[in-house]
Design a protein around this ligand. Structure first.
Ligand SMILES: *Cc1c(COP(=O)(O)O)cnc(C)c1O
Length: 373
């Protein structure tokens, strides 16, 4: 028998597939439960944007046709929103697709990418798949007063060497929920060698209201090496459709577009994204629900004596003060799916997505029972 693993492309050997949150259906099938809740994948607990959902349904009669490969209408709308020209935008099947485009364009055996410990799990996957090296910068320490486990930009800069082609930064970061200020991030961009591409991953930006929180788009003219990515998977509630985008200099967009799969964003996804951009009422509701939920969960964890990483995202990562795998399993048995983050290097933590007020109550109650037993 042929051992195909000896014939794979460089990097595939060391690759471990991404571990997604457990699907509700699977848990219900396995444990014979019903009424389970899933607060594991940072999905919008209020469902999809109604405008987005309706627009997707309206085009279902046309799905025998290929989608518009240029994504003309969605790009035009995004351009109008951001003040960019449409040729400075690339669309992806989720923003992870755009992140992968950057990796496949710039990374190869012999080069490396820099990112922080405890950052998005797709960065090492795409880097390794491209055959490149991961250079992981140590994060801020757990006892850091403001941003425990957050990105340490000095340590990240120190990891950059002559073979670095890409730096990945999530702001706010997943799975920590920590964030970088305008001043700090701008200083980092200024110091970085001009040929190093920076992916500024803004998947959760719409949830953040901090005054000193940066908008990467403001820096695109000054930094031709900057790629800002955003997604419709989080606050827009369209994770199942897979649509996101990247914004950068014309030159970067043209380069990464060379490896983009044709028709990478589906017809319903394009329609839904375009409509969801206008769904102000839904976005406001989602933002409000999240702010209330963060406060509800945060103060309950405080009352339970559970340390949690201060988050501005739509999730909170909590220290279980024990191996979190056991707690995760016991929560599953109670029909509550949260996210273990051992694969992110945080074996004692669980990441809990902000749900509706009722869902938050339910996860808190289940957690109290599990920890008391
Ligand atoms: C959820 C998430 C994304 C977006 O993923 P999609 O591919 O757009 O669904 C990107 N980056 C981070 C850090 C995320 O948590």
């Amino acid at each position: 028998m042929t051992d195909f693993s000896s014939f794979t492309a460089p990097g595939i050997d060391a690759l471990h597939p991404y571990v997604p949150g457990k699907p509700i259906e699977e848990l219900e099938r396995e444990l014979g439960l019903s009424h389970t809740i899933k607060l594991a994948s940072n999905e919008n607990p209020l469902g999809p944007s109604p405008k987005g959902r309706d627009a997707a349904m309206e085009v279902l009669g046309d799905i025998h046709q290929y989608p518009d490969d240029s994504g003309f209408r969605l790009k035009k709308k995004l351009a109008a929103r951001t003040g960019l020209q449409a040729d400075r935008i690339v669309l992806g099947a989720g923003s992870s697709d755009v992140i992968d485009l950057v990796a496949r364009t710039f990374l190869a055996p012999g080069s490396n990418a820099v990112f922080s410990r405890y950052s998005f799990a797709m960065y090492p996957i795409y880097t390794t798949a491209a055959g490149a090296q991961c250079r992981v910068a140590e994060a801020l320490p757990p006892d850091h007063g403001e941003m425990p486990y957050g990105h340490d930009l000095e340590k990240m800069a120190a990891q950059v060497d002559e073979n670095t082609r890409v730096v990945f930064i999530a702001n706010p970061n997943n799975p920590t929920g920590t964030w970088l200020s305008k001043t700090a991030l701008y200083g980092f961009l200024r110091e970085l060698p001009a040929q190093v591409v920076v992916v500024l991953d803004e998947a959760y930006t719409e949830y953040v209201s901090e005054a000193d929180f940066p908008n990467g788009v403001d820096w695109l003219d000054e930094f031709p090496n900057l790629m800002v990515t955003r997604t419709f998977s989080k606050i827009y509630g369209l994770a199942g459709l897979r649509v996101g985008y990247g914004m950068a200099s014309r030159e970067l967009i043209a380069l990464v577009s060379r490896v983009r799969h044709p028709f990478n964003v589906s017809l319903p996804a394009l329609a839904a994204a375009e409509a969801a951009l206008d769904d102000r009422a839904f976005l406001d509701l989602s933002g409000d629900n999240n702010a209330r939920g963060l406060a509800q969960l945060g103060s309950a964890f405080d009352a339970m004596g559970l340390a949690h990483i201060p988050s501005v995202g739509n999730f909170i990562t909590v220290d279980m003060q024990q191996d979190a795998g056991q707690v995760y399993e016991e929560l599953l048995a109670k029909g509550v799916i949260v996210r273990p983050v051992a694969n992110y290097g945080l074996p004692r933590h669980l990441r809990i997505t902000v749900g509706t007020a009722d869902e938050n109550q339910r996860v808190l109650q289940a957690l109290e029972q599990v920890l008391a037993s």
